[in-house]
Design a protein around this ligand. Structure first.
Ligand code: URA
Length: 249
């Protein structure tokens, strides 16, 4: 564990992140449930909330006060990049933040729906890592009405030019409208899957990212995630693998 003699007392950092009173956080530390940079913390430890990797029960805790997390309902026609050389509107034009945020993963220009933006590189890395298994749900309007057999093919895996897709959860909502849940994040994956069964996508909307959903967020609007949502997200990406040195920038 890095020693931060001038750092903040660990229980104060944990209390600010929503783990209860300072006293309750002392009990968590005393019970050996808190690690800092991979080592079990002790009462009296001080941390740098911006740099120390703090976990409770093996799950990363949202302790860095300068980390921000936004949820944007991206409209069609906006590109998911921090800077577009062609000068098109970008998702960053839609989120007002003084922090240097960036999008987590990407949605195609014509895809709508939920997109996370953050300045937390560690979290973004975990969320986009193929092994994170965070599922993403899409509502997909396609041409025609896929048969049960075509839907089964989507479910079981489709051969695309970059290999088979993993099993997906697919249901028919109504005539020509599918709900597809995937946990891979390949380029234009949903569009290519539907195209492979002969049903081009007419409209694609992401409605959920792991535990995060919000049907009331208007297109083009964004909001910060609540502490409860951040913790759910961290819970979803799961136990931090300390052997992965890329998590210790
Ligand atoms: N799948 C796609 O085809 N496009 C997206 O933007 C997201 C998932």
């Amino acid at each position: 564990m890095d020693e931060y003699e001038d750092g903040e007392r660990l229980q104060k950092t944990l209390a600010r992140a929503g783990y209860g009173s300072r006293r309750a956080c002392e009990l968590l530390i005393d019970a050996g449930r808190v690690t800092v940079d991979g080592r079990v913390a002790k009462l009296g430890n001080r941390v740098d909330p911006d740099r120390s990797l703090i976990c409770v029960d093996g799950i990363m805790a949202p302790t860095a006060p300068n980390n921000v997390y936004y949820l944007l309902n991206k409209p069609a026609g906006v590109v998911t990049t921090a800077d577009d050389p062609q000068g098109r509107p970008t998702v960053l034009d839609l989120v007002t933040s003084s922090a240097r945020i960036f999008p987590v993963g990407r949605l195609d220009m014509n895809t709508e729906g939920l997109l996370l933006l953050t300045n937390d590189g560690r979290m973004a890395h975990l969320l986009t890592h193929p092994s994170s298994g965070v599922d993403k749900e899409y509502l997909v309007r396609v041409q025609g009405d896929p048969t049960p057999g075509a839907i089964r093919r989507l479910r079981e895996g489709i051969e695309l030019e970059d290999g088979m897709t993993a099993p997906a959860s697919v249901s028919r909502v109504s005539d020509g409208l599918l709900r597809i849940v995937i946990h891979e994040g390949r380029n234009r994956q949903v569009r290519r899957m539907c195209s492979a069964i002969g049903h081009e996508v007419i409209r694609l909307v992401r409605t959920r990212i792991g535990p995060i959903h919000d049907a009331t967020l208007p297109p083009g609007s964004s909001r910060q995630l609540s502490l409860a949502e951040i913790r759910k997200l961290m819970d979803t990406v799961g136990v931090v693998d300390f052997s992965d040195t890329t998590m210790h920038p």
